[in-house]
Design a protein around this ligand. Sequence first.
Ligand code: HEC
Length: 182
Amino acid sequence: MRPIFASLFVSGPLVLAACVTPYSSQDLAATQDLAPLYVRHAMQTQVNPAIVAIWDVSNNAVDENGGLDPALMTPASWDALANGAAALAAASDRMAAASDIRAAAVGNLATDEFEITMDQVQTYLDADPQGFRDLSASFATLARTLESAARNRDATNAGELVAQMDAECTVCHARYWYPEAP
Ligand code: HEC
């Protein structure tokens, strides 16, 4: 709920409208899509913590072929895997639904000298915002497939999907973060 209220807070006209007309849940959904999506914030607070939770499970249950060893999985670790994947899917859904895609919020723009600036990332996003939404949507599908595999205790598929995920992060980064890197 937090992002919705935060976005109502910063946009004066919406706050006024909220005082005059009570919002239905449908209006709220529409407002959420119009609110800016800050990619960096999504990466730092949603995507990265979710994948760290997933790796935490997979690194502790790795079999000799790099897959997931079901004998090393517990009910709690299966749940952690499924929940991490669900969080990743939800974050990706929000990225896929965003109409206004921004690299980072004012106050979260600082980068080190050797890093690509957020202004530069913004030019990549502005050049093809639909491509960003499409990649986010396919990432959400991948995350949902992992969630189902984990809920079904399917170690073979879950292991493969976790391995695949890393490559999918890189596909989007190579296009919207470091396109000019070798
Ligand atoms: C649909 C596109 C997309 C996908 C998918 C994606 N990212 Fe990102 N990510 C970006 C963009 C654009 C940036 C550059 C802006 C920024 O620094 O946040 C970024 C930046 C980051 C950063 C740096 C955040 C910072 O402090 O500046 C991390 C960490 C990160 N991504 C992790 C991941 C991981 C892990 C995955 C896969 C689980 C992933 N991302 C998937 C687009 C994506």
